[in-house]
Design a protein around this ligand. Structure first.
Ligand SMILES: [Zn+2]
Ligand SMILES: [Zn+2]
Length: 140
């Protein structure tokens, strides 16, 4: 995937970050957890290494929420305005970057839709992207 070098921030601007490095994956995820966490039909997330994320403002304003029954699902958001912000998985394996939070085009493009089996009928169609019923095959 693409080499990324960009900055992003939350809606109120209190929290800001930079990401630099290789994007591992870029997915639209239609799972119920992502739907609830974003309030929309799907989350659009860029997956990178945790060391690719640097906070440049407001890290102390981040609130983390780990879903108790989930192995890895967590959210991170600005405690002032509620915007989703990048989050590091509890096992430190990946960083999940909400693709809408950089102000500029990240350059990378989504590679697939995942958890298509949980998709709401009104949500975006596959649009030519591969669509997987749950996890992408390689993450099994
Ligand atoms: Zn904010
Ligand atoms: Zn999801």
């Amino acid at each position: 995937m693409s080499e990324l070098n960009l900055s992003g921030s939350c809606l109120c601007g209190s929290v800001a970050y930079e990401i630099k490095g290789q994007a591992m994956h870029f997915y639209h995820c239609h799972c119920l957890r992502c739907r609830k966490a974003t309030g929309t039909g799907h989350a659009s997330n860029i997956i990178m290494r945790p060391e690719n994320v640097t906070w440049t403002a407001g890290e102390q304003l981040l609130t983390y929420y780990k879903l108790p029954e989930a192995k890895r699902f967590s959210t991170s958001f600005c405690s002032v305005c509620g915007s989703p912000m990048p989050r590091i998985a509890p096992d430190q394996s990946i960083a999940v970057i909400p693709a809408g939070t950089p102000a500029t085009d990240p350059g990378a493009r989504p590679e697939a839709r995942i958890f298509q089996a949980s998709r709401s009928d009104w949500s975006c169609e596959a649009g030519g992207l591969p669509a997987h019923a749950t996890y992408p095959p390689r993450d099994g």
